[in-house]
Design a protein around this ligand. Structure first.
Ligand code: GLC
Length: 536
């Protein structure tokens, strides 16, 4: 069994909170959140008990993909503030004992980045080979069948130089050629720039896309494609992503990061569990945390979730630290996916599983996806494939702070409209309500940070069926906890097969449960979950 007083690294003990800078807090009335705004909200973030802030991109960018199209890796977009504002934020975060990680977007730049402007200026430009340029096929069509995640071909024809360039995302986001060592060095320089400033690490954007098949072979057709899926899913991207060579690159990145003290590398990777595990590297020499997105992707059904947890736990390499993500800026919010009541169960799950949890801003107050009228849609993924309903705007709406105009987010016109009910659903209102989602999150986070079993203990599955998941978290010489979650909307019975187990409910989705004595059979209402401190 795991020993309780082993030393854990900050990111193993910690809880990550993702801030989407455009939507957290505006300080200058332009309707777009910014860095000084975030600085004014740090007391709140700290009060949640989270330990690490991950900021989505804050760098100069034409904002074709809202910052994931970077035109300068070593500066801050004027929309978000200045480098000086950033330094203040970093100091303030550190002075609160928290950590700050940035989004690193190494796979592609903006088409307005000086590197690309040079690269496309002529075929013999020294930076031509910084990007992926190819002749068309003899009939003039693109070099291969690769598709863009955001719809259409992944190849864009460049008339002046008579070649195609590859872009896995927008045509405004040309992919860098990571086979070129000079490109690697340029990105490593950017990494050093931020680490030298004292940034605690990076979440690396689409890290599994970084390098492509050197023969640019066609991707095979996806036999499981269905019309409601994104057009990108028509093919299986076996040659455009997850190439064996990517691991060498990540090892290099890790070596660089390891020349600094205790910095963190997280990889954004959407791959099945077995492939995901490879990104921990041999003896943990790649990313510290390959993001585990199963809670975002799986149907919210007890059998699937229970199986996924068990498989993930089994698949982890020795010393591979687990992690769980419940929401991000690319996927519908949890409260909209599973309902507000069930989102409380999801909070209990996220914060009692083994491994570093990542929370998405606003989920702690149960924010829901906001319907954005079609003529207000901003997300290119939504605009490019209107019939598929893939816009990510609904999960990117401004943080709901209070019942003031625009929920206290801005004094201007917000870049995305707010939820209609923000006057009732906001931080201020929930702070005053001991039964709120916010109160539940705070209690769970607090308990997780206090209790060695929850922070680092082993995960022991106890039971699951069509509705329920139950497990124990335990560590040597410390209180153990039993968690029983009803993932369905209907009542369910749970019988402790181990009759010796008894305990007291410490936290529950329905606070009235708290303090109840538990033994033998427990009957849980729909959408209920309990966390029991075991006494025997
Ligand atoms: C990642 C980001 C997403 C972005 C894409 C392209 O998946 O999370 O928001 O659009 O990469 O950079």
């Amino acid at each position: 069994m795991t020993e309780p007083h082993q030393n854990y690294l900050w990111w193993q003990e910690g809880i990550i909170y993702q801030i989407y800078p455009r939507s957290f807090q505006d300080s200058n009335g332009d309707g777009i959140g910014d860095i000084p705004g975030i600085s004014t909200r740090l007391d709140y973030v700290q009060s949640l008990g989270v330990t690490t802030i991950w900021l989505s991109p804050i760098f100069p960018s034409p904002m074709a993909d809202f910052g994931y199209d970077i035109s300068d890796y070593q500066d801050v977009s004027p929309l978000f503030g200045s480098l000086a504002d950033f330094d203040v934020l970093l100091t303030e975060v550190h002075s609160r004992g928290m950590k700050l990680i940035l989004d690193l977007v190494p796979n592609h730049t903006s088409s307005q980045h000086p590197w690309f402007l040079e690269s496309r200026s002529s075929r013999d430009n020294p930076k031509r080979d910084w990007y992926i340029w190819q002749d068309g096929r003899p009939d003039g069509s693109p070099p291969n069948n690769w598709l863009s995640v955001f719809g259409g071909s992944g190849w864009e024809w460049d008339e002046p130089t008579q070649q195609y360039y590859y872009h896995g995302f927008l045509k405004e986001q040309p992919d860098l050629n990571w086979r070129n060592p000079v490109v690697q060095e340029a990105m490593f320089t950017a990494i050093r720039f931020w680490l030298d400033k004292g940034v605690d690490g990076f979440r690396v954007d689409v890290i599994w896309h970084l390098i492509k098949d050197n023969q640019l072979r066609d991707n095979p057709v996806n036999p499981d494609y269905e019309p409601h899926m994104a057009t990108y899913d028509q093919l299986v991207p076996v040659y455009s992503t997850d190439q064996p060579e990517v691991h060498d690159l990540i090892r290099q990145m890790r070596q660089l990061v390891d020349t600094y003290e205790e910095r963190l590398l997280i990889g954004e990777i959407y791959l099945p569990v077995q492939q995901l595990m490879a990104y921990y590297g041999v003896d943990g020499n790649e990313v510290h945390l390959p993001f585990n997105f199963q809670l975002l992707l799986l149907p919210w059904e007890a059998p699937q979730i229970a199986t996924a947890i068990a498989e993930y736990e089994r698949a982890l390499p020795v010393n591979g630290w687990p992690n769980w993500v419940l929401g991000n800026h690319d996927r519908p919010r949890i409260a909209s996916r599973v309902g507000t009541e069930q989102a409380r169960v999801a909070a209990l799950l996220l914060l009692t599983l083994r491994g570093t949890p990542t929370l998405y801003y606003g989920d702690e107050i149960g924010m829901r996806d906001v319907a954005i009228p079609f003529d207000e849609v901003q997300d290119p993924q939504g605009l490019n494939m209107p019939e598929k309903n893939l816009s990510r705007d609904p999960e990117r709406t401004p943080m709901q702070w209070n019942s003031q105009p625009n929920a206290g987010f801005t004094e201007g016109k917000p870049w995305l409209r707010l939820a209609r009910d923000f006057a009732r659903q906001n931080v201020d209102q929930q702070q005053a309500d001991p039964y709120s989602m916010l109160a539940l999150y705070k209690r769970l986070i607090d308990l997780r940070q206090q209790e060695p079993s929850l922070k680092a203990g082993d995960y022991l599955p106890v039971y699951s069926d069509a509705q329920l998941i139950a497990y124990i978290r335990h560590i040597k010489n410390a209180p153990r906890f039993l968690i029983v979650l009803n993932l369905s909307h209907h009542p369910a019975y749970f019988t402790l097969t181990d009759h010796a187990l008894k305990g007291i409910v410490e936290v529950a989705t329905l606070p009235e449960w708290e303090g109840s004595f538990i033994s033998e059979t427990i009957s849980l209402g729909g959408d209920e979950g309990i966390l029991v401190r075991l006494t025997t």
